[in-house]
Ligand binder design. Structure first.
Ligand code: ZN
Ligand code: ZN
Length: 576
């Protein structure tokens, strides 16, 4: 049904009319019609065809004609014209509490403000206050509302939120009055993006903890202070919510506030069937109210005869059934990782020399590191010519002699070109210890073309791994049109490994895809795509994504010790 679409159109018209300063009567008529259509149970398109639109209360001749035109042609002349008269970007400004159409109009006319960013900028520079009817107070309010709005609507990368919340938790743990503290919610479940940032503390002195929380060095603003819950805004513009519970209930509260909601609902249903009740205060006998457990999170699961379910799995995706049957996976851990199979150096678009990357990897306790700089035609990333490769290989040989038993693998991130061919000739490709291949161009190609390229790469006799197979940049670029199921079939048939790229804005394969790949027995790599040595620390996000995808150590190529990895690679070479 297109009811919502039509209602949305009428709402937009009303918004534009409001900014334009039209009569309240006309504006109200559009809003009323939108509201009626939204709650309509019949299909508006069918009504339009039958010519019965006017039977909808609030829909008069003028609006009915417009709906007819829109449904028949996909366009509405009246709306198009209106958009020329009034900048539709301004509608967004109406979402800021306190910003009515008059203010929007005023700011647009006098300061040419069109967007929230521009409004924010102007408020920060105190350009709003001098305008008629504005003043300092209004300006401050607008600024505050904008920050809140940004906070509420924005999801943040796990890679930003996790370290920030861990810093807060570490400081809270230093307080003598704090017994325990953890990030909870989706951070603890390691989702790739985070909305609410929840922190849980066990303490007998809730009020004192709240005060200390409000005074942490990263606090820019205290949004709310309560007896058991408080919110602050950090200098990074992250809103963090703190809850303090009694130490005796900490396990139950941690379980409750870790979620996910649907996991907890299912758990509660399971409890109910056994005459038990779960809340943030513990697990109780329904009839007597007797508390059976609350201090440790494990108790909640064990009392329900479930194996402990790691937070990353708590998404109601079969984890409770698996826990009942004793079939939970033994999830991969960061300590299982023996090396990184995708990093860059200064030779392409990285920022550090080979030696620095190798030392950093060795310092992490890795056994090996694959240098995978970009291939020749990736101009923006300063891809390596064949001549430059020769000198990199020479350097690797020399370093390996020094660093033994640590091993630098001569690798490449070879471009899968728009036509599906690879960006080095076969002889050159055969010279690498490991070949990883990526799509970095033609993102808008139709699925058929993308799949032809991936198929060609996976069938190529030298390619060992496909990097970031979905091609998404979280918050910036949607995945390209990859048919994942087909990609997995190709990987299975050709024995090609697929990467879980650990860059916080990639995490690609994502958790769902990783799980499916694992089910199909496809080998995975978890690599950081590091462009400097500090990026090697992104490994934890890749491992977290793998864990969310039920991935075990045995599924991961770079969980193999060096000798076995070399075996795997040489077996592939022999098959060619
Ligand atoms: Zn890449
Ligand atoms: Zn890369």
């Amino acid at each position: 049904m297109r009811n919502r679409e039509v209602a949305g159109l009428l709402e937009n018209i009303a918004d534009l009319l409001e900014i334009k300063g039209e009569s309240l009567f006309r504006i109200g008529a559009y809003r009323e019609a939108a509201r009626r259509i939204e709650s309509l149970t019949q299909d508006i398109a069918q009504m339009a065809e039958a010519g019965t639109l006017r039977q909808i209360p609030g829909v008069g001749e003028a609006i009915a004609t417009k709906i007819q035109e829109y449904l028949a042609t996909g366009h509405l002349r009246y709306y198009d014209d209106l958009q020329h008269e009034v900048d539709p970007a301004l509608i967004d400004l109406l979402r800021v509490p306190g910003m009515g159409p008059k203010k929007v109009q005023l700011l647009h006319k006098s300061l040419s403000i069109r967007t929230m960013d521009e409004l924010y900028q102007a408020a920060r520079e105190h350009r709003l206050a001098p305008l008629p009817g504005m003043g300092v107070k209004t300006e401050q309010n607008i600024l505050k509302e904008l920050e809140r709005l940004q906070q509420r609507t924005q999801r943040h990368l796990l890679g930003k939120v996790l370290p920030a919340s861990e810093e807060v938790v570490a400081l809270l743990r230093e307080l003598p009055i704090v017994q325990r503290a953890d990030p909870a919610g989706s951070i603890r479940r390691m989702k790739d993006t985070i909305g609410d940032i929840d922190i849980l503390v066990a303490s007998d002195s809730s009020e004192k903890v709240m005060k200390a929380f409000a005074q942490l060095p990263m606090v820019k603003e205290v949004i709310a202070m309560g007896a058991t819950k408080s919110s602050i805004l950090t200098y990074d513009n992250l809103q963090m919510d703190l809850r303090v519970v009694e130490p005796n209930c900490y396990g139950a509260a941690l379980q409750y506030f870790t979620g996910s909601k649907s996991h907890n609902i299912q758990l509660r249903e399971l409890a109910q069937k056994r005459g038990l009740k779960i809340s943030e205060y513990g697990i109780f006998e329904e009839t007597t109210g007797k508390r059976l457990g609350s201090k440790e999170e494990e108790e909640i699961y064990h009392i329900l005869d479930l194996a402990f379910i790691p937070p990353e799995l708590r998404e109601n995706q079969g984890e409770i059934e698996a826990a009942q049957e004793g079939k939970l996976p033994k999830l991969i851990e960061i300590g299982d990782i023996q090396g990184d199979l995708h990093v860059h150096t200064k030779a392409s678009d990285g920022s550090e020399p080979l030696m620095a990357m190798a030392s950093a990897a060795r310092a992490k306790g890795y056994q090996y590191l694959a240098i995978c700089d970009h291939s020749k035609s990736l101009g923006i990333a300063r891809g390596l010519s064949v001549e430059k490769l020769q000198s990199q290989w020479e350097e690797i040989r020399e370093l390996n002699a020094q660093l033994v038993p640590f091993r630098i693998l001569a690798g490449t991130e070879v471009d899968i070109r728009n036509d599906g061919t690879l960006d080095y000739d076969d002889d050159t490709l055969r010279g690498f210890d490991i070949v990883t291949a990526s799509i970095h161009s033609g993102f808008n190609q139709p699925q058929e073309r993308i799949m032809e390229r991936l198929a060609a790469a996976m069938h190529h006799p030298t390619v060992d791994v496909i990097n970031h197979p979905q091609g998404r940049i979280i918050g910036a670029r949607d995945p390209y049109a990859v048919d994942l199921e087909m990609a997995f079939q190709l990987a299975a048939v050709t024995g090609t490994a697929l990467e879980i790229n650990a860059m916080p804005d990639r995490l690609d394969l994502d958790d769902h895809a990783a799980r499916r790949a694992k089910e199909l027995g496809i080998k995975l790599t978890i690599s950081t795509d590091a462009h400097d040595s500090s990026h090697l620390n992104f490994m934890r996000y890749g491992v977290a994504t793998a864990r969310r995808g039920w991935v075990e150590k045995k599924d991961v190529l770079n969980a193999l010790p060096l000798s076995e990895l070399l075996n795997w690679l040489s077996q592939r070479r022999r098959k060619r």
